[in-house]
Design a protein around this ligand. Sequence first.
Ligand code: SF4
Length: 148
Amino acid sequence: MNPWTCSNPSSCSSSNWNPVALNSKINIPASSPFTATRGARRIVDEVYEVCNRKWRGIGELPLSGLRLRSQYSGFDAEKVFGLESSGVEEDSECISAQVLMGQKKPTDCPAFGNRCTPERPLGAPMVSTEGACAAYHQYKQHLIQVAQ
Ligand code: SF4
């Protein structure tokens, strides 16, 4: 079978299916995913440098973030809009730092599901659907079933 007409590699015989030959015909290096990753990393390294970063609920962690290199500072919203010293205060009731570090579960928080909900979040983990507290809130009926 011609590799150009074989739409399902698993159904083609190994003697006829040659992805390297196919790649050479369409001019994609055999290692293109890795080449692309290296290329992307080179661009990220050119544009960004490692820096200390504040993480909501946890605080500043050394060398945990990226910032634009000085030659790209014209694109840096923190500098352009004077936001470098801005921060967000966590609600005193919120235990998100412990949740984010895996020391406590969202259900250990006294505000979970009552004073803190996805509609009225007190902390970052309840804001977006992938946040731990929001996920626990969405699937809390399963927690009750497991406990019974
Ligand atoms: S339930 Fe709300 S208040 Fe409690 S840790 Fe999660 S985000 Fe913070």
